[in-house]
Design a protein around this ligand. Structure first.
Ligand code: HEC
Length: 193
């Protein structure tokens, strides 16, 4: 009986160790850069690299069909796809600001200011996450194309990526763009130009 009690207390301790001791610590992100910084340093240059990697370039010297050809070129384009895909997770890190304090919009009236953007994001983070996932999922066909070394599929994937950028920008960055354009056109018409 005594022996049994000892055994079961070992059992309980093991159980507790399994339940508490091995639990993963909560993530402690240290968001240092702003959304603006991540756009500028990672999202934009990586997307540009992907878009530029497949192109038809016409010059006086003739037409160049640009595409990754050597193993090294495919490795480089894959690096950029990985950067772009994982940047979509960085965008979701809680506590990351849109811009540094005091930073202003470059086109006020057309673009929302960083503080306004941040308010819209924080009012409904589920939608923000949806747009970040939208970019993630739009880059996956490009990564698959790269891994299959399929130039045509990589070229086709480019447009989807562009749409994912625009969808998020239209929601948060320049939601008034359409109205501003309409107002400008109306004004032009009224001015008889
Ligand atoms: C989940 C939303 C989201 C997605 C997806 C997204 N962006 Fe952005 N982007 C923003 C927001 C918000 C801003 C405005 C931040 C600011 O500049 O104040 C911005 C700003 C930018 C800027 C201006 C940065 C600066 O220095 O002012 C560039 C360039 C940019 N995005 C490029 C891209 C490209 C290219 C893609 C797609 C490959 C993309 N973005 C996808 C949300 C997004």
């Amino acid at each position: 009986m005594r022996h049994f009690a000892w055994l079961s207390s070992v059992g309980v301790s093991l159980f507790l160790a399994a339940a508490c001791g091995t639990r993963d610590p909560q993530p402690e992100y240290r968001p240092t850069a702003t959304i603006k910084d991540i756009m500028d340093s990672t999202v934009d240059p990586s997307a540009d690299f992907l878009w530029d990697s497949v192109a038809t370039v016409v010059t006086a010297a003739g037409t160049e069909e640009r595409a990754p050809r050597t193993d090294e070129e495919w490795i480089n384009v894959r690096r950029r796809a990985i950067q772009l895909i994982e940047a979509t997770n960085l965008l979701q890190v809680p506590g990351r600001h849109v811009a540094k304090p005091g930073e202003k919009s470059e086109n006020p009236g057309i673009e929302l200011g960083p503080e306004e953007i941040e308010t819209v994001i924080n009012q409904d983070r589920a939608t923000w996450i949806k747009f970040a996932h939208g970019l993630h999922d739009a880059v996956m066909p490009a990564l698959n194309a790269i891994e299959a070394k399929n130039v045509q599929a990589l070229s086709d994937a480019g447009e989807q990526i562009d749409t994912a950028c625009e969808n998020c920008h239209l929601k948060y960055w320049y939601p008034n763009q359409e109205e501003s354009l309409k107002a400008a056109l109306k004004k032009q018409k009224e001015g008889g130009q």
